[in-house]
Ligand binder design. Structure first.
Ligand code: COA
Ligand code: AMP
Length: 631
């Protein structure tokens, strides 16, 4: 039996023993009393254990000989800046920022919303919350005021931490007006906002609410780590579901730390002192786990990159960063490599840089097409490890565990389930599929450490979304199959969730916004295939009776509405007016069939369709938008 098979078997046969052993790599003030406790559908790891995530990420290394090693390198081509922080420097800044939070009344269990661009203060903010046991909730900077307001309303933060602006390529995005607008829209008001003034665009401050972060930090005295329970939440991260209301995934301190440490050794095969770069954003789960927590807990140097794979300033940007900071592991979304490939198909730019430090490349966030995978492999001459995970799990459900045992690669599959994840495929009735048979991918309970503890203040939704479809199993929301060799193949979402440039978005959420337009009677939003971004949303709108409008003006209004309410990250630009939507006799919109028409994949007229001739109108409508694309 190979090392992987042995570990996997142990993790499934005796999860308590397996994870208790893994937990010895984490620093505990007090060991747990019970490894796993199950109460009313909630899985609690390391109950009774007492620890601090920030202590594990910073202080522990300062005390154990890594004080002068680099913890964080901030590389920002958009501001032409590189800043480096040792573990001691980062610990000191975090301890002072935490002190400012304490002075604003933040105590253990309070929520703090973080709405930040990719600057060191974003990492400092997260760790400062962890230091004092406050629960952070990071909101991605590409979301507009309304989305931010929804999260403020739900998380009810005492403090919001933000910055005056972000920089997208050559554009300055003013964050502060978005924050002010969000707070105006929310019925919950934070008592203070800590604002980091960036020189590229300073903002106005409200003297009764806003605090100049740098000034307050300068004047603060450092505070120590507050011991928290292993099952105390470390953070809430909102993610898209089938409706417009995002789900606040709760992650605990203890289980998360254990899984982060385990994954660094066994999946990423990195050692303390290595340089780890996740080219993601702190607003996403990849950023939480692999820009901030895992590399720091493991004593690595992490890279925070404020730039894009292309145009900042060229498609050699990634390779320049690898060379300059001697990156050992690079982790990015396939869409980032597709963007590089589009501009530099022959891989000329990589030849200009010395990437000899690079050991492996990891991809996740969306399905990785084999063309892109092979292209990255060819130009880097490195192994490309596709691994599958979700906000809800916080780490890879399936991966080639490079540190444990390198398994044979099958391009297109994220390999086999990680230890702890009992992955199965069930059909609609709950019967296990035969090898190769497509179905719902589920995980037999219990989920391993780090997976969601629940949905913030919405237990009903937690159970309904994940646990009630198949009693005893967690529903991933992805479809796929397991082949005869036990490799998992993830084919796509079963729900209305789409993946646009590695960003998880809800088509249901977009439909809610589009329906708010005064001229729109009803609408449908589907995800269509896109060569660069993987998927793009496409909207179909039906006008209210009696409304006569020029289509161009109407579409521009709808597009603007989505941009204002959800944010530019939705990339909602494809929209068309139709007379009616295709529906079943019971009134369900046939989104799946519409998608097949737009993608140009084979489709059959559904037997349940109410008026078959509508499909001709849909064909005409997608043609107007230039779909299906010729492949
Ligand atoms: N703050 C403000 N606006 C943001 C933003 C942020 N943090 N991130 C993105 N946006 C804006 C962009 O400027 C763009 O606006 P525009 O419509 O005015 O041009 C819009 O949101 C869409 O952004 P994006 O999807 O990033 O497209 P892009 O064309 O700017 O770049 C890629 C395309 C492929 C280069 C880019 O999407 C990319 O690097 N993707 C990787 C994503 C990733 O790492 N995901 C993490 C999952 S692991
Ligand atoms: P998020 O919660 O934003 O990380 O998005 C999770 C979703 O992205 C998953 O449910 C999948 O649909 C998709 N996804 C992530 N990684 C992969 C992968 N390696 N292969 C296929 N789909 C993926």
């Amino acid at each position: 039996m190979g090392a992987y098979e042995k570990a996997y078997k142990e993790s499934i046969d005796n999860p308590e023993k397996f994870w208790a052993e893994a937990a010895t790599k984490v620093h505990w003030y007090h060991q747990w009393d019970k490894v796993l406790d199950i109460v009313n559908g909630h899985y609690r790891w390391f109950v009774g254990g007492c620890m601090n995530t920030c202590y594990n990420a910073l202080d522990l290394h300062v005390e154990n000989g890594r004080a002068d090693q680099l913890a964080l390198i901030y590389d920002s081509p958009v501001t032409d800046t590189v800043k480096k922080f040792t573990y001691r420097e980062l610990r000191d800044r975090v301890a002072k920022t935490a002190s400012v939070l304490v002075s604003k009344g933040v105590v253990k269990g309070d929520r703090v919303v973080i709405y930040m661009p990719m600057i060191p203060e974003a990492v400092i903010a997260m760790l400062a919350c962890a230091r004092i046991g406050a629960i952070h909730s990071v909101v991605f900077g590409g979301f507009a005021a309304h989305e931010l307001a929804t999260r403020i309303e739900d998380a009810k933060p005492r403090v919001v931490m933000s910055a005056s602006c972000g920089i997208e390529g050559s554009r300055v995005i003013h964050y502060k007006p978005l924050l002010d607008e969000a707070i105006k829209q929310s019925s919950h008001k934070p008592t203070s906002c800590m604002i980091y003034q960036r020189p590229q665009a300073r903002c106005n401050m409200l003297p009764w609410r806003d605090v100049d972060w740098a000034e307050a930090e300068e004047a603060a005295s450092p505070v120590d780590c507050v011991p928290v329970d292993a099952i105390d939440p470390l953070y809430i991260l909102y993610t898209s579901g089938t409706t417009g209301k995002p789900k606040g995934v709760i992650r605990s301190n203890g289980g998360h730390s254990v899984a982060m440490k385990w994954s660094m050794d066994n999946i990423y095969d990195v050692k303390p002192g290595d340089v780890y770069w996740a080219a993601s954003d702190v607003g996403w789960v990849v950023g939480h786990s692999y820009i901030v927590y895992a590399p720091l807990m493991h004593g690595c140097t992490t890279i925070l990159y404020e730039g894009k794979p292309v145009k900042t300033p060229n498609p050699g940007a990634f390779w320049r960063v690898v060379q300059d900071h001697k990156v050992n592991v690079l982790f990015a979304a396939p869409t980032a490599f597709r963007a590089i490939k589009k501009e530099d198909p022959k891989g000329e730019w990589i030849k200009k840089y010395d990437i000899s430090s690079l050991k492996n490349v990891y991809v996740a966030g969306e399905r990785c097409d084999t063309d892109t995978l092979h292209w990255v492999q060819d130009i880097t001459q490195r192994k490309v490890i596709d691994h599958w995970w979700q906000t809800e799990t916080g780490w890879a459900i399936c991966a080639n565990p490079m540190g444990l045992e390198e398994l044979p690669f099958k391009p297109g599959s994220p390999t086999k389930p990680s230890p702890g994840f009992n992955v199965q495929v069930l059909d609609a009735e709950g019967k296990p599929g035969k090898p190769g048979e497509l179905g719902n991918i589920v995980i037999k309970l219990p989920l391993p450490p780090s997976c969601l503890m629940g949905i913030w203040e919405n237990d009903t939704r937690y159970k309904k979304s994940y646990l009630e479809h198949y009693p005893g199993y967690y529903l991933t929301g992805d479809s796929g199959y397991i082949d005869k060799d036990g490799y998992v193949w993830v084919m796509g979402r079963m729900d209305g969730v789409i993946n646009v440039a590695g960003h998880r978005l809800s088509t249901g959420g977009m439909e809610e916004v589009v329906s708010k337009h005064p001229d729109v009677a009803e609408c449908a939003v589907i995800g269509v295939e896109d060569q660069l971004k993987g998927e793009l949303p496409m909207g179909f709108v039906v006008l209210r009776d009696g409304i006569v409008r020029d289509e161009e003006g109407l579409v521009a209004g709808v597009v603007q509405l989505v941009r204002e309410e959800i944010g530019p990250v939705a990339a909602f630009k494809l929209c068309v007016v139709v007379k009616r939507l295709p529906k079943t006799r019971s009134g369900k919109i046939l989104r799946g069939t519409m998608k097949s028409v737009a993608d140009g994949t084979e489709w059959k007229m559904p037997a349940t369709i109410d008026e078959p001739e509508i499909m001709d109108e849909i064909k005409e409508a997608v043609k107007k938008l230039g779909y299906p694309k010729t492949k």
